[in-house]
Design a binder for this molecule. Sequence first.
Ligand code: AGP
Length: 609
Amino acid sequence: MVLEGLRRLEYRGYDSAGVAVLTGADGGGIASAKKAGKLSNLLGELEQHPLPNSRTGIGHTRWATHGGPTDVNAHPHLADDDRLALIHNGIIENFSELKSVLLEKGVTFRSATDTEVAAALLGDEYQAAVDVPAAQRLTVAMQRACQKLEGAFTLLAIHADLPDVVVAARRNSPLVVGLGEGENFLGSDVSGFIDYTRRAVELGQDQIVTITPDAVEITDFFGAPAEGKEYQVDWDAAAAEKDGFPSFMEKEIHEQPRAVAETLLGRTDAEGRLVLDELRIDPEQLKQVNKIIVLACGTSAYAGQVAKYAIEHWCRIPTEVELSHEFRYRDPIVDSNTLVISISQSGETMDTLMAVRYAREQGAKTLAICNTNGSTIPRESDAVLYTHAGPEIAVASTKAFLAQITAAYLLGLYLAQLRGNKFQGEIKDLLADLHKTPDKIQSVLDNEQQIRDLAVAMKDTKSVLFLGRHVGFPVAMEGALKLKELAYIHAEGFAAGELKHGPIALIEEGQPVFVVVPSPNGRDSLHAKVVSNIQEIRARGAKTIVIAEEGDEAVREFAEQVFYIPATPTLLAPLLTTVPLQIFACALASAKGYDVDQPRNLAKSVTVE
Ligand code: AGP
């Protein structure tokens, strides 16, 4: 049953898998198996060394965050003399502090994962819970452990003392209960148990659930009884994989608040200072950097363009953004004081990998911003800053793009902090603004119907232009790319200031033009210049669709449609202004009946040059 559930969850993307079962009705023990790679590796292992039959078990397909995809780092992790097994989705933000406390208690660790720290903490709390009746001991231990955990997590645990019990907890990470006859289930989503029951219970934030074959009990993290919300699952398994969305792309567009929030998790210390401890480049060398080159392709290159504005503004380091496939053929100027930052969701893009190799041969320090733990580009780089967008299944990149921009902001602020370009107070303020963006992205998503209706109305359009200025320029390019790759429509992004130097000749009656307008409260007169660009194209018959900040009335009289987004500092605006353009392209392609997850001619990872 557990293995079938993991197979059902394979679509979520993973790089290792494992199971653990309770082996005896009289508290016999725990048997487990786990392997890096695909489920088939685990199945092979289990053929060689089968686990005993059991009525109680847990399993996990892991997407590596802390610690690469290896057998040792795979879940479940054992603790309490291998009498407790734990699996975990998410990120434990304070795992290093917890680990040092446990090490002082003499706990030893086998892996590099934050999960094993959570397992050891739970084992420690279990041993300490001598004041609790045996049947509640794992539940209370889980409550006490969760009171100490920070971050985003779904945890599932079993203990050899309690043959029929599974205890789980969730905070900012998915968990759902399946109610069967004489059996009960837990899963990240209903597709894990949809073959056995369609009665499900949705859990709230910071809740603990204890299941046995005949009972489901829910409490909060402090033991107070709580209620879940029971519902009937009317999705088929395929729909369940997409959380009820029609496509992975729509699901991933709606996962963006979490992708940004999780990329921010665990990267500041208690004083609010940035601690990018996975960087592994000597801070003294980073202080010597006098030039930055960003290497990427496609959407990731547009994330690099946004990063350029932020890094140059905060760090005053000259920053070039190069298409990976152009970089090594132009005889670039690279030396040991050059920091080469590659941006890649897959970490396997051959153009970017070859460019990184070239840069290393020229003596540059290389740093990868990547969403796939243990992939080739980070492995061949001096350092890595992982985005935590989770697996991105749709070919057209959305949540990884916002997570890449977020990681680039973190890197820019870290360099500014290290090199003293910014006062600590300024960095804290900028980080505070960054932490507000997930909620702002959510509010853009909550108002998506207007842009979806526009997309359906425009489904037969033959060409769309996108204009933007400053950080809005790469956003305009990304909006055009989304429309090209999803709806197969000619689309082009321009710097708004470039209009009069040629592109305005394209404007004719009814030509749809999206304009990404900077905040009216931003610096310089950027806003006024873009408003005059809108007037110029409007005067020539353009159908102007404007993305503007809430309260910006100046754009209204020149816009056919205005899509308002929450106010945010100019440099952070791409995290919000991109979202309507993603929704537009996805909705228009869907209205044309196209497969938005697998667009024609495209691959998710371009592993050939
Ligand atoms: C984005 O929607 C495209 N799928 C494509 O441009 C992609 O961004 C590019 O191929 C780079 O991929 P990477 O981030 O995995 O390196």
